[in-house]
Design a protein around this ligand. Structure first.
Ligand SMILES: Nc1ncnc2c1ncn2[C@@H]1O[C@H](COP(=O)(O)OP(=O)(O)O)[C@@H](O)[C@H]1O
Ligand SMILES: [Mg+2]
Length: 410
C-alpha cells in the first residue's frame, strides 16, 4: 500500500509565499508509485485546506478566497490508532474522512511554523513528522540560541548580544552598552526572522539608532554582532539525523552588488519585497531577488543568483562541509537543513557559521543534484528518516505505572 503523506505548507509566517513555491515544487518530485501525496495548505490564519487545486502554483496566483471556495477545510484528528484528515464542516450524511495520514511532511518557512510549533502540534497527534523535532526546529529559528549551542561545541560563530523591547525602552543606555561591547560597523538583526527582513548594518551611532528601530519593528528580540566588511557567503545542506549525516555540494549566493545588478538586469519593478529596508543607509543588501519576488530560496530565476558549486578552494569546501555536518548533529537536526556560512576575506578567509535553515527553501534539492541525489531520492530519504525516528520513539516508555495519586488529599 502507498504511504499517505500530508504535505503541509503556508501558515502564519512572513515566508508564507516562499513556502507555497517550495511545497508545490516538492509535491511534483514525489514518487507517486510509493506515496499518495495529500496537499494541506494552511492559510495565513492557520486554517487548513485540502484539494487537488492546491497542487498547482497557478491556483495561488489569483484570488485566494475564491480558490479556497473550491477546496475543503480540514482538521487533523487522532482516532484510536489512526490519524485522519477530516472535513472541518461535517456532513450529516456521507463521508467526512478525507484520508488517513501515515506521515506529515511540513514544507513551511519562518517563525510560527518552522520553529517547532507545527512539529509540536503533530507530535501531540503522535504522527511521524519529516524533518527536525521541536527542540532543533526552535533552536534553529533563534539565531542567538543557535550560536550559543554551536559555540559550546567549538563551531565558529560571531559573538553576539541580544536585547529585547524592555532594553529598548532606554535607548541611549542600550546604544551605550552596544558601543561598549562592539566597534562599528555592526549588524543588527531580529533573532528569529529570515529573508533578510529587519536586518541592517550600522557604521555609527546615528545608523545604529535607525537599525534598532527597524529591527525592533519586526521582532521583540534582536541581536547585534560585528559586521564582516569583506564577506563571502557559502551555503551547504546536510541530510540525515544524529546517527548519520552527509553534506551536499556548496553554493555561493551572489554578493550585494551582484544581486543589485541582477535585479536591474532581470527584474526591474520587482523590488516591492525589499520594503521596510529602504531608507537605512548602510543597509545590508535588501535581497529582493533572494527573498521575495523571485522566490530565490531555490525557485525559478534563483539559479541566476548563485554560483554552484561555490567558487572556493577544495580545502575551504571540505572545511565548510565538515562544519555543516557537525552543526547539524550538535543541534539535533533531522531530515534536510541548509547551513549558511560567512567567510571573512579581511581575516585570512576565516569561516563562521551564520545561520541554519531547518526547512530550507526548495528543500535545497538543487544542492543535492550535483551530489548525485535526485529530488525524488531526497524526499524518499527524508521520509525514511522520519519513519525510522518513529520506530525508535515506539521503544521509549512514556508511561509509568505508579500509585502516586492514591495517597493524595487536596
Ligand atoms: N555579521 C554580518 N556581517 C556582514 N553581513 C552580514 C552579517 N550578518 C548577516 N549579514 C548579511 O545579511 C544577510 C542576511 O542575514 P542572515 O543572518 O542570513 O539572516 P536571514 O535569516 O534573514 O537570511 C546575510 O546573508 C549576509 O549577507
Ligand atoms: Mg540568511
Amino acid at each position: 500500500m502507498k504511504i499517505r503523506v500530508a504535505v503541509v505548507y503556508g501558515g502564519r509566517s512572513t515566508e508564507h509565499e516562499i513556502s507555497i513555491i517550495s511545497a508545490v515544487q516538492a509535491m511534483r518530485a514525489f514518487d507517486t508509485e510509493r506515496y499518495e501525496v495529500i496537499p494541506v495548505y494552511m492559510t495565513k490564519e492557520n486554517l487548513s485546506y485540502t484539494g487537488d487545486l492546491l497542487r498547482d502554483i497557478s491556483s495561488f496566483q489569483g484570488d485566494i478566497a475564491r480558490m479556497l471556495a473550491g477546496a475543503v477545510q480540514v482538521d487533523f484528528i487522532r482516532e484510536g490508532n489512526r490519524v485522519l484528515l477530516m472535513r472541518h464542516e461535517r456532513k450529516r450524511f456521507g463521508e467526512n474522512v478525507i484520508s488517513e495520514v501515515d506521515v506529515v511532511f511540513p514544507v513551511v518557512h519562518g517563525t510560527n511554523v518552522e520553529d517547532g510549533t507545527l512539529t509540536g502540534f503533530f507530535a501531540t497527534l503522535r504522527l511521524p513528522v519529516v524533518g527536525c523535532d521541536v527542540l532543533s526546529g526552535a533552536v534553529g529559528m533563534n539565531k542567538a540560541v543557535m550560536k550559543a549551542v554551536c559555540k559550546a561545541h567549538d563551531i565558529p560563530v560571531l559573538d553576539c548580544r541580544t536585547y529585547g523591547w524592555k532594553d529598548y525602552e532606554d535607548e541611549e543606555n542600550l546604544m551605550n552598552e552596544i558601543e561598549s561591547s562592539f566597534s562599528y560597523p555592526v549588524i543588527v538583526k531580529p533573532v528569529n526572522l529570515g529573508s533578510s527582513i529587519g536586518i541592517s548594518r550600522a557604521d555609527n551611532r546615528k545608523e545604529l539608532e535607525e537599525a534598532l528601530s527597524l529591527a525592533f519593528s519586526f521582532a521583540k528580540r534582536i541581536l547585534v554582532e560585528r559586521a564582516i566588511t569583506r564577506l563571502k557567503e557559502v551555503n551547504c545542506a546536510v541530510l540525515g539525523d544524529e546517527e548519520e549525516a552527509e553534506a551536499s555540494e556548496c553554493e555561493s549566493p551572489l554578493g550585494a552588488d551582484e544581486i543589485l545588478s541582477f535585479e536591474d538586469k532581470y527584474m526591474s519593478g520587482a523590488k516591492g519585497a525589499t520594503k521596510g529596508q529602504k531608507g537605512v543607509k548602510g543597509t545590508v543588501p535588501a535581497k529582493g531577488a533572494k527573498s521575495g519576488a523571485s522566490g530565490a530560496k531555490g525557485a525559478g530565476m534563483a539559479s541566476l543568483t548563485r554560483k554552484l558549486p561555490a567558487d572556493i578552494t577544495p580545502e575551504k569546501r571540505e572545511e565548510i562541509r565538515a562544519l555543516a555536518v557537525r552543526a547539524f548533529r550538535v543541534l539535533g537536526c533531522a531530515g534536510v537543513a541548509r547551513i549558511d556560512f560567512m567567510i571573512d576575506k579581511e581575516d585570512d578567509d576565516r569561516v563562521y557559521l551564520n545561520e541554519i535553515n531547518t526547512v530550507p527553501g526548495s528543500l535545497s534539492f538543487y544542492l543535492w543534484e550535483p551530489a548525485g541525489v535526485s529530488y525524488r531520492e531526497l524526499i524518499d530519504r527524508m521520509i525514511e528518516i522520519a519513519l525510522k525516528k518513529e520506530r525508535q520513539e515506539e521503544q521509549i516508555l512514556y508511561s509509568f505505572d505508579t500509585n502516586v495519586l492514591a495517597g493524595v488529599r487536596l
